[in-house]
Design a protein around this ligand. Structure first.
Ligand SMILES: Cc1cc2nc3c(=O)[nH]c(=O)nc-3n(C[C@H](O)[C@H](O)[C@H](O)COP(=O)(O)OP(=O)(O)OC[C@H]3O[C@@H](n4cnc5c(N)ncnc54)[C@H](O)[C@@H]3O)c2cc1C
Length: 466
């Protein structure tokens, strides 16, 4: 029986581990946190359930939907698409490329924005997010709709970031400079309510949430299936060494014990892997976040599932209602408010988040989400050290350098997951990619049994060039 060690028990690692046990691999999953789930975990405080901010499966990808449904055993809820943006003291319904919503913006911003839009600069050959955004929207709309929201979350200037950052953070930025007629076409399409377009095919986006618990039900079901098939999951475990011989990982030392292995699947951070090998190559940095999970008396004051807070003067980047995802996430006559406040590890927000509780309640009152701060009966604070990847303008080269270092050291090490350099906005992308990489790995094993080992190595290397 071939052995595989999977590092990280977030969705990417667990999906890969399940594929492997289903193909009779002897699998050990190593997770440094005390429990499985990664960003898919949930928090339980008595009868209240919260997730890591907003979490639902939101995709048009049929393969990912079918896979998620098979793991959830069709025990799911479909969520209504009700989200909003809060800016200049107003709520704008998602999607923003709807004329009636944009007309809610202050007249001064609209007029300035339209003038700037008409004379927006050309995009330079290698653009930062700032240059890219200005060339798309003109300066005023760029500042309000891109710079404000992005810099709030990643806490870095857009001038230092790659344009991909905007996609990652759900800031709707087109990938090419739109012409006037394209913009009108898009507005008409939205007003008519046309479904999402995907590679020329019409597909409806769905938003799914587990029916029988918090969002973590998905990862718990994965973990349960892995264990049922004989896989081992070690939580709170620490890797101290990865030994390689002749271009292959041969063993991993976990909590002081050496485990031999044939494959290593890594969904932890690239930086962590580089550090273990003593290499001075950076991976992708990540932004941190404080979650203020509030227990609140009464029913929600809006019908939105979540609100992206783009107002620069407010602390939070997003607010969501867990009981709108699933009513049982809060007891009767109460609701939860999950408030995402971006920060940097070690800054004042990170070290003393409790100091900001009153400010959070004040901002929620200004936004009209609380009538009065006394409605909050409890506030639970959670720290999320690695929330969203930060993409400096040269991130592709950085990741390529780190991947090359991995390739040179070990042919049997596979990188999957967001922190290991798979930059995809949504978890469905992480799930599909993890499954594809494992399938390619299994294919290489089949090749190895039918052709010479040299040929199999060449074939395997070719699949890893992605
Ligand atoms: C606030 C927020 C909201 C989001 N909402 C959505 C949403 O609604 N829809 C959506 O599709 N996506 C959403 N995402 C993105 C989604 O959560 C990620 O794409 C997904 O979790 C990535 O999965 P992963 O397994 O790669 O990483 P993670 O979930 O981060 O899991 C990685 C795991 O590896 C472990 N690990 C790391 N290093 C090591 C090590 N050295 N040893 C052992 N273990 C290690 C970590 O502890 C962690 O458990 C959201 C993200 C955030 C931050």
């Amino acid at each position: 029986m071939e052995k595989a060690i999977v590092v990280g028990a977030g969705p990417a690692g667990l999906v890969a581990a399940l594929e492997l046990v289903q193909h009779d691999y002897d699998v050990i999953v190593v997770e440094k946190a005390p429990r499985v789930g990664g960003l898919h975990r949930s928090f339980h405080y008595g009868p209240f359930t919260f997730d890591v901010g907003v979490h639902c499966f939101d995709t048009t990808d049929q393969e990912a939907i079918e896979y998620v449904l098979s793991i959830l055993e069709h025990d799911y809820r479909l969520l209504p698409p009700r989200a909003a943006y809060y800016l200049h003291g107003r709520y704008l319904r998602d999607p923003l490329n709807n004329l009636t919503e944009l007309l809610k913006l202050p007249a001064s911003l609209l007029i300035r924005g339209l003038v700037d839009f008409a004379c927006r600069p050309r995009r330079p050959w290698k653009a930062s997010l700032e240059e890219f955004g200005r060339s798309m929207y003109g300066t005023s709309f760029y500042r309000a709709l891109v710079q404000g929201p992005v810099e709030k979350v990643v806490q870095r200037p857009c001038a230092d970031l790659h344009p991909d950052t905007a996609h990652l953070l759900n800031v709707n930025i087109p990938d090419h400079r739109l012409t006037g007629s394209e913009i009108i076409g898009k507005v008409i399409q939205k007003i008519r309510g046309a479904p999402h377009q995907n590679n020329g095919q019409r597909t409806e986006a769905v938003q799914l949430y587990p029916a029988s618990g918090g969002f973590e039900v998905f990862v718990q079901k994965l973990a349960q299936r892995i264990r049922q098939r004989g896989g081992d999951i070690l939580t709170g475990a620490r890797i101290s060494e990865i030994r390689c011989r002749q271009g292959r990982v041969v063993s991993v030392t976990i909590d002081g014990r050496e485990y031999p292995t044939d494959w290593l699947i890594w969904s932890g951070s690239l930086n962590g892997l580089m550090r273990l090998w003593g290499l001075e190559i950076d991976g992708v940095p990540a932004s941190a976040m404080i979650l203020y999970n509030l227990e609140v008396k009464g029913t929600p004051l809006t019908d939105y599932l979540w609100i992206e807070c783009w107002e620069p003067s407010m602390l939070m980047s997003r607010v969501s209602y867990p009981s709108s995802f699933r009513p049982e996430n809060a007891p009767p006559n109460y609701h939860g408010l999950s408030v995402e406040v971006p920060c940097r590890i070690g800054d004042r927000r990170w070290t003393a988040p409790e100091v900001l509780v009153d400010r959070v309640k004040r901002d929620l009152t200004i936004m009209g989400l609380l009538t009065d701060a006394t409605e909050v009966v409890a506030c639970h604070i959670e720290r999320i050290p690695a929330a969203f990847p930060i993409l400096p303008w040269d991130y592709e080269q950085t990741i390529a350098r780190a991947k090359e270092a991995v390739r040179q050291r070990a042919d049997n090490l596979i990188l999957i997951g967001a922190a290991a350099g798979r930059i995809g906005k949504m978890q469905n992308d992480q799930i599909t990619f993890a499954r594809r990489m494992v399938r390619q790995m299994l294919m290489s094993r089949t090749i190895a049994t039918t052709v010479s080992s040299k040929e199999s190595l060449v074939a395997w290397r070719a699949t890893r060039r992605e």
